[in-house]
Design a protein around this ligand. Structure first.
Ligand code: ADP
Ligand code: NG1
Length: 421
């Protein structure tokens, strides 16, 4: 394990200057509530010990310089002013630029200055534990901490900072929601979080003492920025929202399904009945027939205009049923009913696999393996299509899976923090 001293010495050797700040930002594991944050539905993650650390200082070279402790990532450098405004095939440093740009814009287009960053990360990348957002948030806080004195969170609330990071990350092309940045910024050690959006707010949730969460890697990865799966799901959800607005005579510019449900006044059971009457799938031409060219256009973005086929009914079924499961999971957690928590996690995985089609063979197999060996619940975590599963074990049963492959047993960790040298 690399120590803070080693990182400090590496920074000094690399740049010939002293670091001014060290930022530590955790990853997160989502216990339940998958692919619903971009519809503004509440989610249930916790921060994890694996983290991104950035050592940062202003430099006098008039350059932005990003280096990585891991030699597999090449250093990147740009003179200032740097006009970076996003990337469609993101490299590791693009995530840092998202956070950097977010803060300069927030500070009223703050004048650029030379910076040297050294990054050290222990979150397995492209595995659903949100390494990308950890890079974005750590970079944003590094930049802010170099601009202001004292505690950066005296200059911006944690909620506004998380929101700013969530708005900045889509510059790499993924139409992501705000769960990850919120979990990584707002977490308190020892408790999971119930996060709600618009406006962003979080509640600390004590997990039952006899619940143990194990994070397991499926040995497959998916880089969201390099594929279109994630954005396809976002656009399919937006089309569903247009269909529901038309069906229920709702007049609203929003295409977040939580808003549509709220405006409809329907319960989860009622809206799920309506969902069963939606088309299973549709081509672009069929969607235009159903909602009109203009309404489809409202849903699309520059890099999603090429999509031609959309699944609708199963995607909607997943979003509304998953949002409902988050409510039930929170209740089960309050009642310390870990069997019910496990049941809901299993239902969530089935819904992700069958209706949202965001699982894969390896994730399904790892979940089945743990369930056969006494787990109460097992489900993919994060975007899916590879990466990690999260497994719920009763504390008394943990021995039963001691010989199975696992990454770590997860305890709720602290959110992003800053240290000044
Ligand atoms: P995740 O689910 O981990 O957020 P993403 O596919 O969204 O997965 O983002 C993963 C990307 O983040 C990697 O391809 C890489 O560019 C970047 N990344 C993550 N961790 C590191 C790291 N330690 N060093 C450099 N880049 C990293
Ligand atoms: P991961 O796979 O951990 O990056 C992604 C999104 C979340 C959320 C989940 C699915 C980003 C930065 N994060 O998480 O907002 O939608 O998928 O629940 O894209």
């Amino acid at each position: 394990m690399t120590s803070n001293e080693e990182l400090h010495d590496h920074f000094v050797k690399l740049y010939g200057i002293e670091p001014e700040v060290r930022i530590t930002c955790p990853g997160r594991v989502n216990l339940i509530g998958e692919h619903i944050d971009y519809h503004d539905y509440g989610v249930f993650p916790m921060a994890i010990d694996a983290s991104t650390v950035i050592l940062a200082a202003k430099n006098s070279t008039q350059n932005i310089v990003f280096s990585n402790f891991d030699p597999k990532y090449d250093s990147w450098e740009s003179p200032i002013p740097c006009g970076w405004n996003g990337s469609s095939s993101p490299k590791w440093f693009d995530y840092l630029l998202c956070g950097w740009k977010g803060i300069l814009d927030f500070q009223g287009n703050h004048e650029q200055f030379g910076i040297s960053f050294l990054l050290f990360g222990t979150i397995p990348p492209s595995s659903g534990l949100s390494s990308s957002s950890s890079l974005v948030c750590a970079s944003a806080l590094s930049t802010l901490a170099l601009i202001v004195d004292g505690d950066p969170f005296e200059h911006i609330s944690r909620e506004n900072f998380a929101h700013l990071c969530a708005k900045s990350e889509p510059l790499i092309g993924t139409l992501s929601g705000g769960m990850d940045q919120a979990a990584e910024v707002l977490a308190s050690e020892g408790t999971a979080l119930r996060i709600d959006f618009n406006p962003l707010r979080s509640k600390n949730i004590q997990l039952p003492d006899d619940a143990v969460f194990v994070v397991v890697h499926s040995n497959t990865e998916l880089n969201k920025g390099a594929t279109s799966h994630y954005n396809e799901r976002v656009i399919e959800g937006r089309i569903v929202s247009q269909l529901l607005k038309k069906r229920l005579s709702i007049n609203s510019p929003s295409f977040r399904l939580k808003d549509i449900q709220k405006l409809s006044g329907k319960s989860f059971e009622e809206i799920l009945e309506i969902v069963e009457t939606l088309p299973e799938e549709a081509t672009k031409d069929q969607v235009i027939e159903l909602i009109g060219d203009d309404k489809l256009e409202e849903c699309l973005t520059e890099n999603t205009r090429k999509f031609t086929e959309f699944k609708l009914r199963p995607r909607a079924r997943h979003v509304f049923s998953e949002a409902h499961r988050v409510e039930l999971f929170e209740k089960a957690c309050e009642e310390k009913n870990i069997r019910e928590m496990g049941r809901l996690m299993n239902e969530s995985h089935r819904s992700c696999a069958l209706d949202y089609e965001c699982s894969c063979r390896e994730l399904d197999e790892i979940c089945s393996l743990y369930l056969k060996n006494g787990a109460l619940g097992a489900r993919l975590t994060g975007a899916g299509w590879g990466g990690c599963a999260v497994v719920l074990m009763a504390a008394d049963d943990v021995e039963k899976v001691a010989d199975l492959p696992s990454l770590f047993v997860s305890k709720p960790a602290q959110g992003i923090r800053v240290h000044r040298f």
